[in-house]
Design a protein. Sequence first.
Lengths: 203, 802
Amino acid sequence: MADRRTRGMTGSDLSRTTAARATAIAEQLRYECSILLELYRTKESFTAEVTVADGRLVSVPPPSSQLDTRDKLWRLHSALLQCRSLLERAIAKEEEELGGGMKGEYEAQRRMVKERLSLLLINTGELLKAVDGTVVLTPDLEGLELDGPTILFELKLWVYRIFKEVDYWTKTAITTLQGLPTVIAKERAGTTRRARSTRSARR
Amino acid sequence: MITWLLLVSLFCKSTQDGNRQNNGNEISTTAGVYPRNRVFKVGSRVTFRCVLSAGQIFDKMYLTGYNDPDMKTEMISNQTYALTVHLNKPSNSTCTDVKCHIQHVDTTKYGTCAHIGYPPGDVDLKCETRDLESVECRWTARDTHLARKLTTYQLVGRSCVDGSKGRCSQKVQVDVGERNWTLTVQNELGKVELSDRADLTKRVHMFAPEGVTASTVNARSVSLKWVWTVQQYNNINITCQINVSHDGTNTMSKYFGVGLNFAVLTDLIPNWLYNVTVRCGTTQNFWNWGDWSTSVNFHTRGDVPDALDVWMQRKDGQIIITWKMLLANQSHGDITDYVVTWANTTETEQQNRRKVAHNKHHLSLSLDTTKEYTVTVTASNKIGRSSPSTMIVPRFSPDTSRVKTSLITGSSGGFSLSWSASPVASCGYIVDWCPTSGHCSVEWLKVPPNETNASVFSKNLKDGVRYSLSIYACTQGAPVLLERREGYVRQERMQNRLFDPLEWKQQESNVEVSWIPIPQTSRTAFIQGYILYWSDNNDNNNNGNVSTDLGNPEATSLTARNLKISSYTFTVKAQTAVGECGDTSLILTLDSLTDDLIKTLLISLVTVFSLLSLITVICYRHWACIKQTVYPPVPKPLLTEWLTSPGEHSCHPLPVDQCYYSEADIMDIPELHCKSGAPVNGYVSHKNIPFVFAQTPNGYYNQPLKKFTPEPLILPTTTIPSQSSSFRCVFPNLSYSLIMQTLDQQSKSAPDPLEGTDIERNWNGYQPQSHTIFSLNQTNEDSESPMSCVSTYILFPQSPST
C-alpha cells in the first residue's frame, strides 16, 4: 500500500514537473515565434494588412470540452507534430526556391523556432506517456499540404501561413499545459482508486 | 484537306502569337498577377498585369521596394490592369513581390515574384588539385541577386553543387601536361565561360597531415609522426613546415622527404609544454602550402638545472655570494636546494660546504680577508644537480681610490653604460649596481668579451634613488674592478622644506642664510648649486636672488646684501637638472642699525650695573676688612703716667726765651710750638708747624721709645703769634706722638718715619699705634724752629686773649 502510494505520488510529481517544464518551453517558443513572424514580415515587406486565409493547415479533431486530458494532450501533440513537419518543409522549399545569399538573423531565428518546437514535442510526448502509459504514435501526415505552391509569391504566403500555424498551436499548448497538473493528479487518484476497488472486488 | 489543316495551323499560331504579346508565356485568363516567376535584368522596363476574377474590383498594384511616383496602373479591361515599371533595383531577397489588391478583401489576394538581377560576372578562375584525382577550381563570383537555383555552374561540363561560393571540384584524371580547365556560369540573363590552362601535377595543394602524434618524448627532443590519407602523397617529394609554439613564442622549422610522414624536433627545453602543427607542400614545383594539421601538445621530460649565474658582494666584513633564481625554462623542474662550497685557493682540500634552501638565493660567508677563495654553487632538482658555477673571491683590498668614479644619468628607466676595453677581461665583463646608500641587494649582468657597453634595466630601479654601478673585468681568476659610476635613473624634484632648519645672521644690511649639508639619502637629484630668493613683504618690487656657482653642491650658506630694513621672506632652493626644488622659506624682520647701537649700549649698561652691584655686595660683606685696610680708625689718645709726672717726661718745658709766645700767651704750662708745614694726610696747621706722628693700622698706640733719646727740647725764642689756632708747646697735650728732636739732631739725622723705623721717644707711655711715621721736611732755615705738630691732633686750651 505504501509502495503504491509512493509510486503514485512520484508519478504525479513527475507529471507536474514535466508539465511545468513543457509550459515554460511553450512560452519561450511563443516569444520566438513572434520574433520570427516580425522578421519575415520585414524581409518580405509584408504590411499589417497582409493576412492569410483562415483555417488550419494541420488536421486534428475539433476542440471540445468533452475531451479528457489524454485526448487533449493527444490532440495537442498531434498538431505540434504536424506543425513541425510543415515548418521543416517550408524551410526546405524556401531554401530551394528562394535560397542564396548570406544567412542572417532571419535564417537563425527560423532554425531556433524549429529546434524549440522539437523540444516541446519531446515534453508533450513524455506527458502523454505519463498520462496514457502508451507509446506515442507518430500522427498520420496524410492530407497535410507539404508540397507547397510553385508560384513563388504564393510560396511566400504559404511559408508565412505555416509560421502563424506554429504560433497558434504554441499558444494552445500553453493553455492546455497550464490546465494539466491538477487534472493529472485527480485523474491519477481516480485511476488508483479504480485499480484498488477492482483488486478488492477480485478478492 | 491539306489546305484546311494549313489554315487551322495558321489560326492557332496567330492566337499563340497574340498571347505572347501579352508578355506571358502562359494564357493569362486565370486571376492573378503576370508574368509569374520571371527573371528580369536590372534596368529593364516591364509591364505586369493583374487579372481579376468576375465581380472583383481592382484596388491597387505595386512592387515591393519601388516608390516611383511615375508608376501608374493602367486599366486594360474590367478585369485586367497593367503596371509598367522600370526595374532599376535588383531584388533584395532573391525576388521582388508584385502585389495586386482587391477592394473589400483583407487578404493579399494576387501577386507574383519577379527575379531582378544581373547576368553572371565571375572572374579569375584558378584550378589546382589536392588529391591528384580531381580538379578544384576557385574563382571570384559575382552576386547576381538571383536565387541560387537560377544560376548554374559547370566545371569541365559537369554541374557544380554550389558555385555561388566561387568554388567547385570535379573528379578528373590528373595527367602530366597542361590543359584547359573551363568553368561555365549561366543564368537567364547571360552566360560566362572562364578558363585556366594548367598542369595540375604542378599545382598540388596538399591536405593537412592526419593523426599527428608525438611518438617519442625526451628532455630536449621529440619525434613527431603523421599519416597521409591521399595515397599519392607517399610517392612525391614533400616539404613539411612544423610550427613549434610555447609560452607565446613560435618557431618554424622545415623538413624534407618523399612521402614525408615524421620529423624529429631538437633543442627543446626540458620540462616544458609545447604545441605543434604541421603543413606540407610539394618540394618540386611548389604551388602552395597545404592545410595546417590539428595541433598537438606534448611535455618534454625533466633534466638537471642549468648552471647558475653567481656573483658576490662585500658587506659589513662579510662576503655575500648571490645567484639569480633560475627561470622555469632553466630549472627544468622544481629546485630542491642549492649547495655552496668554498675553499682557500691554496688549500683546496679543506673544502667547506653548506646547503641552502630552495627559496633563498644568497649565502653570507665570513672569510679571511687576507686570502683568496674559490666558491662554487650548484642547484639541484629531482633529476640531479647542475654544473657548478665558480667564483673567485679575491683578497680584500680597501684601497679603491685608483678606480675612478664618474657621474651618470639614466634614461628610459635604466642606465646605458660604455667603457674602455680591458686587456685582462678574458671572459667578458660584469656590471653590478646597488643603491649608494641604504639597503643594498646587488643586481648584476654579464657582458660578453667583445662588447664594452651594456644597458642596465631592472624593475627594482627606482626614480630618485642614487645608484652605484661597478664595472668588473671577468678574468680566469678573481674579477677586477675597472670603473665606478654613480647616478640616478631619473632625477626627481626634492620635496619642500629640504633645508629645514634654516639659520640666519644679520650683519648690518646683509643677511646670511645658512643650512646644514643635505645628506645623500635626502637627495633625489644631483644638486648643482643653491639659490637664495628674498622678497620684501611690504614692497613687491623689492626682491632679488643670489646663487652659488654651479658645481658647488657642498655650499651651506648664501648672503643677501644691501637689504632695507623691512620684513622679508627668504627662500632657499637647490638647483638641479629637474629644476629648482626643495623650497625652504624663512620670514624675518631685519633689525635697524640704531637698534643695534641701543642694544649694545644696553648691554654695556647692564654689564656695568652688574659689575657695580657685585662690587657693592662684596664691599658690604667685607666692609670691616676694607675699612681697616684703607681707612684705619685713629686710636683714642691714651693718657699715661708721664702726663701726670713731668719729671719723667722727655718733653721739658721750654725756656721762655725760646718759645714763641706773646706776652698774653705766656702760660704756666710750657707749650709745644708747632709751625705749619706740608699737609700731612690733609692735616695742616695754621702756622705750618710741622709735626710728626705715627700710626698703626689699628690706630695709635703708646709705645715707649727705645732707642732714640732726644736732646732736651729747646724751645725757640721767637714769639708765637697769638692765634687761636696756634700751637703752643703744652705738655698736657703730649698724648700725641711727637718726635721731638733738637735742631741739631734734625739736621744730622732725619729718620724717615715713612719707612716705619722704630723711633725712640722721649716720652714713656704714649707712643703712636702705627709703625707709619710721617714727618715733615724741615729746612735748615727752620732748623732752629720749634718742634712741629698737627694742630688737629693737639688741642690746646685757648687763652682768653685769643
